[in-house]
Write a protein that binds this ligand. Structure first.
Ligand code: ADP
Ligand code: MG
Length: 716
């Protein structure tokens, strides 16, 4: 039988209170179970023994068998170093210690075979190895060591206090001795069989003491699969439970508004992708379960009309709808865009933002509550408690990554109050039926990441741009090419086009950035003098009304150049603007560059994006710039971004469990993730309650996970 895995680590032979304390504090290891799940970061291949005359000048980690011939203390600037001559039958090398010399000298034996291991240096015609790992050959031959030596996560403190990698390895061995290396299987026989996975016990043994590369690979696969499988299982279950428990507002029909718009006013033929997504949304809305859907679509892919037509479905069933955008500019733009369509259909629509006047607000509050107002557009202002809907049926959030989780959940509670006849349903959140929720994002997230971060949402993708769009041409130019760039701008303005010039504005150095922006503005004003040229400027320190005024001038074509900070990043739509110049482009992240570029290429004309940088570029900056000039595909860019930054920094993923992955890597293990998701779905399809005897291992593990860990705190 297994020793109970929840046993405190103090009880393990060879650990004791001091070490236990360190393990707890430094690595969060409290129990046997925690220790078993301390997976190595990497492995050293110790299958090979080098002869001294085979050593190469490549600084590699090598293993050599030989004897210590003599010790020598050599004075140096501060203190001294201990140098030993180490010899095998092919030559000699030096072993060097800068610390712990007395202890080393006393404990090592001369003329006795040792196996040494470490990195080699080559200096003055000789190889040397600083602070080698040393083991008597006799012990080396008998130890339960595997040829692939695991290297465990560690900290400086652990090392200083003598809990070296070797000690961790010994403790791990002891753990396997005490538990006999037998662990409860956590996957079902079907899963093991269908994927030819090795058992849990074998996997754990080989992850810590791999016999060879092949077994190590199989152990890793099995554990990564298991980890991803349970994350997916959890997400899918959450989604299923959600659907069965949270009753949605039934949108029984597609009615007049939708049909009239579709038949009479549709301004263009929808792309196939738009049609498909509308169908998916329609299905959700008619399904009696609450919709919780993420709509991903690259900049310019046409999400707005999908949002609008979804709102029409709400209106057709007697409900209200709202659309929330992250900035005032965007809200205004949405409002102006939708206003046209609403007029045609005789729909009442209003906008509510931070700068709405009090009297106006009151009117809106009133009209919302008595149901006169059908569509409300706005910023965070929509979330205020005073904003009460009569019967909100659909809430749409644009540019979802700009909002937090709490905001999404706030919208939930703006749904209609449950009437006495409905309140017998006991699973709904108290007091209100949540509206259907559609969140939209133009920041493409790699599919693998989306599956993990938004795994509890259903996902729709618009993967097709409206026809007739020309690919934006993107180039990288240095400051010294500025004159050419200005000449190019002049030519484009000559042709009637408009230009964006964007400066970085990054919080910490805001003052300096602000100066850059103003300097840039001045120099542009000099090169493009009035009255021939008119220039708008928009930045975050301006009053909302001024911003809006400048924006409107540009939208109306009264100004040819818009100098701005990233406030114009999301959503702004000026089809006649065909050139985007990004200053200090090396300071922007990939998704931001892609967003900015998406401001052009919205009309029929060929559009351009010019990335201006200085000469000093980091490797990451170079990769970003190369990626931007290579492709316009947002998903492609997102993949590169994920590789550069890791999942932790990708917007909106901070609160997700993907960061707590212990062995799988969301970037590298995308295929395993897909397989895991497939099987998680498969298992739940055939056994939704995990009640079949064969799925008991899965049920048990799932329950344990929920009980002991709260890291899987996904977006609500
Ligand atoms: P985004 O997905 O970035 O929000 P928008 O909804 O703002 O994109 O659409 C970008 C532009 O493309 C708008 O000018 C819109 O009118 C236009 N558009 C959207 N769908 C189509 C289509 N099917 N055919 C032609 N133009 C379209
Ligand atoms: Mg948009």
């Amino acid at each position: 039988m297994n020793t109970h895995l929840q046993t405190p680590i103090d009880y393990l032979k060879g650990v004791g209170p001091n070490r236990a304390d360190l393990l707890r504090k430094e690595l969060g290891i409290h129990t046997y179970q925690d220790l078993i799940n301390l997976f190595p970061n990497r492995y050293l291949d110790r299958t090979k023994y080098f002869k001294i005359n085979e050593l190469q000048q490549n600084n590699a980690e090598v293993q050599v068998i030989g004897k210590l011939i003599k010790f020598e203390e050599i004075a140096q600037k501060r203190g001294k170093r201990l140098v030993a001559t180490f010899q095998d039958e092919t030559g000699t090398m030096e072993l060097v210690w800068f610390r712990g010399q007395k202890w080393i000298r006393d404990s090592l034996k001369l003329q006795t075979p040792y196996v040494i291991f470490g990195k080699t240096n080559f200096y003055g015609g000789k190889f040397s190895m600083p602070h080698p790992e040393m083991e008597l050959l006799t012990e080396h031959q008998t130890s339960l060591r595997s040829a692939m030596q695991p290297i465990y996560p560690s900290t400086e403190k652990l090392n200083n206090k003598g809990i070296t990698n070797r000690v961790v390895n010994k403790i791990m061995q002891q753990l396997f001795v005490e538990t006999k290396g037998r662990f409860i299987e956590t996957l079902s026989p079907e899963l093991l069989e269908s994927q030819k996975l090795i058992s849990k016990s074998d996997a754990l043994f080989n992850i810590h003491f791999p016999k060879n590369q092949d077994l190590l690979a199989r152990a890793q696969y099995r554990l990564k699969f298991e980890e991803l499988f349970y994350i997916q299982l959890q997400l899918i279950l959450k989604n299923l439970i959600h659907k069965s428990k949270i009753k949605g507002l039934p949108f029984e029909k597609v009615g007049n508004y939708f049909n009239t718009f579709y038949e009479t006013y549709l301004p263009f033929e929808l792309t196939n992708a738009q049609k498909r997504v509308l169908k998916e949304i329609r299905q959700d809305l008619g399904s009696h379960a609450q919709m919780n859907r993420l709509l991903q679509g690259d900049v310019g892919s046409g999400k707005t009309i999908v949002a609008f037509m979804s709102m029409l479905m709400a209106l057709d069933n007697g409900f209200q709808a709202c659309l929330m955008a992250p900035t005032e500019i965007l809200s205004v733009q949405h409002y102006n865009g939708l206003l046209e369509w609403c007029k045609q259909l005789d729909i009442s629509i209003k906008i509510l933002t931070g700068s709405s006047k009090t009297s106006n607000r009151k009117e809106i509050h009133h009209a919302l509550e008595n149901g006169e107002l059908q569509i409300l557009i706005g910023t965070h202002a929509l979330l205020e408690d005073k904003v009460k809907f009569k019967n909100l049926g659909l809430a749409i959030i644009d540019e979802q990554h700009r909002f937090g989780v709490e905001q999404r959940s706030k919208l939930w509670h703006k749904g209609p109050k449950i009437s006495p006849t409905q309140s017998s349903e006991n699973n709904e959140p108290k007091g209100a039926i949540p509206p259907h929720v559609l969140v939209m994002t133009a920041t493409p997230i790699p599919r693998t990441l989306a599956m993990s971060v938004y795994g509890d949402l259903d996902i729709s993708v618009i993967d097709e741009l409206p026809p007739g769009r020309q690919a934006i041409k993107t180039v990288h130019r240095y400051d010294k090419n500025r004159l050419d760039v200005f000449r190019f701008i002049r030519d484009e303005i000559e042709k009637g086009r408009q230009i964006y010039i964007v400066y970085p504005l990054i919080q910490e150095s805001e003052k300096m950035d602000y100066k850059d922006l103003m300097d840039g503005y001045e120099s542009i004003s000099r090169d493009f003098p009035m009255p021939k040229y008119q220039i708008s400027i928009v930045h975050g320190q301006m009053k909302a009304a001024d911003k809006d005024f400048e924006m409107q001038r540009f939208i109306k074509g009264e100004t040819q150049i818009m100098v701005a900070t990233t406030v114009i990043e999301v959503g702004v739509n000026v089809p006649n603007a065909s050139v985007m110049i990004i200053e200090s482009a090396e300071r922007f992240g990939l998704s931001q560059l892609h967003q900015l570029r998406g401001r052009v290429g919205r009309g029929a004309e060929q559009s351009y994006c010019i990335l201006m940088t200085s000469h000093k570029l980091s490797n990451d900056s170079k990769t970003r710039l190369e990626t931007m000039t290579r492709t316009n595909d947002g998903f492609d860019i997102a993949e590169v971004d994920l590789k550069l930054r890791g999942p932790g920094d990708i917007m909106g993923t901070q609160q997700s469990g993907v960061l707590n992955l212990r062995i799988a890597d969301i970037v590298k293990d995308g295929n395993i993730l897909k397989t895991a998701r497939y099987y998680a779905k498969h298992v739940l399809n055939s056994d939704p309650n995990l009640s079949k005897p064969n799925n008991q291992a899965i049920l048990f593990t799932y329950q344990q996970m929920s009980k002991y860990k709260n890291i899987w705190n996904y977006i609500s």
